[in-house]
Design a binder for this molecule. Sequence first.
Ligand code: BES
Ligand code: ZN
Length: 385
Amino acid sequence: MKRGLWLVLLLGFSALSFAPERAKADLDYLVGIGPRVAGSPAAAQAAEYLARQARAAGYVVEFQPFSYTRSRDTGSSLSLGESRLEAFALSGSPGGVFEAVLQAVPGVGAAGDYDSLDVQGKIVVVRRGGIPFLEKARQAAARGALAIVVVNNEPGGVRGTYGATGPIPGVTVAGREGEGLFARSGERVRLVVGSVLEQAQARNVIARHADSQAPGVVVGGHYDSVPGAPGANDNASGTVTALELARTLLAESWARDVWFVWFDGEEDGLWGSRNFVQAYPEWVRGLRAMINLDMVGVRASSALGIGGNPALLELLEQSGVRFNDIGGSGGSDHTPFAQAGVPVLFFHWGIDPNYHQPTDTVADAQIMAETAGVVRLALERILGR
Ligand code: BES
Ligand code: ZN
């Protein structure tokens, strides 16, 4: 073969294959920004970076702005006598400072646990588990309780959410310290719930081929992270895997209708993906699949986990891909698409010890490359290449 042809092939391949060193540079950049909390300057910087990179690769990029109300805990505590316990306001809880009598409720605070108890004007304490936080609060509120304290069912603390605006103020306390509260019924306590409501201005980043009018497949992942965590594995890993995959796919004519979407506001309750689904019903109706990448940079389990649509999973299995079928569950951005009837695939490597911690600072580009290879195969099968 002529030398020139070899060169063309070589250049062709290097442009078309996933480059771990490029993905690592993207990851280092995003992690270096710090926690990418939706609506923060850091998240804005991350979105600009993604847009710049996707444009440089040749995509047409647009932002999809949206806003939502979220609650933030500025510091919460429960004091009785000399002792002061640290508390976490439930997300969606009203805030305030309350002094009242503590009332222990046996069990998890379900309807039947209140038999012959008078909780009117009191602060109730219940155990975590069994029913959602919001349901516990509703049961307490229906009986006139002022506020609710939920003791974790593990020694440490837990950050919980009402998943909506709660009817009364609610906090969690660590199991280790909180268990003692059940023996303190009748004592006066002081509860500080530092919950404040704020408006988050967020935006998704949408990248498409200039000649594509509607997406055939959406590949994406959230780029926001929780406060205090630089979110390397959760989810700079999925973000940059999608970005590098995007670079490698642009020149492929069969992949022209693969659109890339980086979602914001996932950690506050899937706001980005829900807004996408709501704002673009016609695109969503036309989708053959949505592929979500969330936590794909740390090998926290023995095999790649893939969940979602059974027919798509079957397709992958028949293509010889080895993976753990993780079923249809998972709190991430594929869920609003699945609820809208889109066949989804959800890729992740399991929950690592640094999940939602300040120590979430590393992700391995080789694992991301491996994941991207499977996503590419899925795209080829779905798009009938
Ligand atoms: N990355 C997680 C979801 C996840 C968990 C992926 C385990 C892979 C394995 C996501 O960012 C998250 O934390 N989701 C929340 C729910 C969401 C609705 C706020 C969760 O799982 O608690
Ligand atoms: Zn995540």
